[in-house]
Design a protein around this ligand. Structure first.
Ligand SMILES: NC(=O)c1ccc[n+]([C@@H]2O[C@H](COP(=O)([O-])OP(=O)(O)OC[C@H]3O[C@@H](n4cnc5c(N)ncnc54)[C@H](OP(=O)(O)O)[C@@H]3O)[C@@H](O)[C@H]2O)c1
Length: 268
């Protein structure tokens, strides 16, 4: 029998999940709830014979309700839509930052909740998602939630719900840290006399190539960094500046701490 899935919120992350589920059409029956679905969401839903914006009050219950909405609209959408989709075995799979399990249960009355934190490379199947669920969630229910996260990339299980805020700060926001580094490298190249477009191509491709090297060789960042850092050489001179007095290491640590604090504030 096919699993019945409802996706509430088909934006960037929800849309990426939907794209990843398209090849699973023989295993799942899907409805999407989103008042303004993108043309891509519309196209996937109609190509697969899935359903868009059914009346939530019509009584249909789902095996899994995926929450891809913004945390700010959660309470309203839970009341208007989500709670009507919940049956006695439904699992709510939430990718919302900052909204905890207790709040999700309070607003939806879901018997099971899995919280997950994906990141934007999930849009191309290269993301990493960490999830947490209470030990009371039955294994087949957890497996269903995991199977819906896999199209986004690597899936990791957490030991406690509190770790979700750390994941948000490390890998959820993490792509922005890498993009910022690419921007800073390009700006430095331009400041030192390269034409802007060339500086950007050099910096951006360096980030792409470095990530691909890590993936393809399986070597750690430390090993790869040591391999390009000859003693007294130019890379050593530059990384000495980046790490002086704690440098980038302590800065990233502070950034992550601040993001964790912000995630906890947003969840209140
Ligand atoms: N982007 C990230 O890097 C990232 C990473 C991890 C987790 N998350 C989490 O993922 C969630 C979605 O983020 P996103 O970047 O995908 O946001 P997004 O692109 O704004 O997607 C949210 C979607 O929900 C729709 N929506 C609004 N009101 C709705 C309603 N009443 N019923 C159903 N759908 C409704 C929005 O439609 P409109 O656009 O028309 O309002 C939009 O399509 C957030 O909770 C965020 O915390 C995001």
């Amino acid at each position: 029998m096919k699993n019945r899935i409802a996706l509430v919120g088909g934006g960037r992350m929800g849309g990426a999940m939907l794209r990843g589920w398209a090849p699973l059409a023989d295993q799942i029956d899907l409805v999407v709830c989103d008042p303004f679905p993108s043309p891509e969401v519309n196209e996937i839903v109609s190509a697969k014979g899935w359903l868009l914006n059914p009346d939530p009050a019509a009584g249909a219950k789902f095996d899994c309700v995926v929450l891809g909405i913004k945390p700010q609209v959660f309470a309203t959408v839970a009341d208007q839509t989500v709670k009507h989709l919940i049956g006695e075995n439904t699992v709510v799979l939430s990718i919302m930052a900052g909204i905890g399990t207790a709040k999700i249960v309070e607003h939806t009355h879901a018997p099971h909740v899995v919280r997950a934190m994906p990141n934007t490379p999930g849009q191309i199947g290269k993301g990493v998602t960490a999830y947490w669920c209470s030990p009371t969630v039955p294994t087949p229910t957890e497996e269903l939630a995991k199977s819906l996260l896999r199209p986004l990339g690597l899936v990791e299980k957490l030991q406690s719900e509190k770790q979700i805020d750390v994941v948000t700060a490390v890998s959820g926001s993490g792509p922005a840290y890498v993009f910022l580094l690419a921007e800073a490298m390009a700006a430095a190249g331009e400041a030192e006399g390269l034409e802007r477009a060339l500086a950007e191509r050099l910096a951006w491709q360096t980030v792409i190539g470095a990530a691909a090297l890590m993936e393809e060789t399986g070597q750690t960042p430390q090993e790869l960094r040591r391999a390009v850092t000859s003693p007294e050489g130019t890379t050593a001179a530059a990384t000495d500046v980046l790490t002086a007095g704690g440098g980038i290491v302590s800065l990233v640590r502070r950034a992550v701490e601040t993001a964790i604090h912000r995630a906890r504030q947003l969840g209140k």
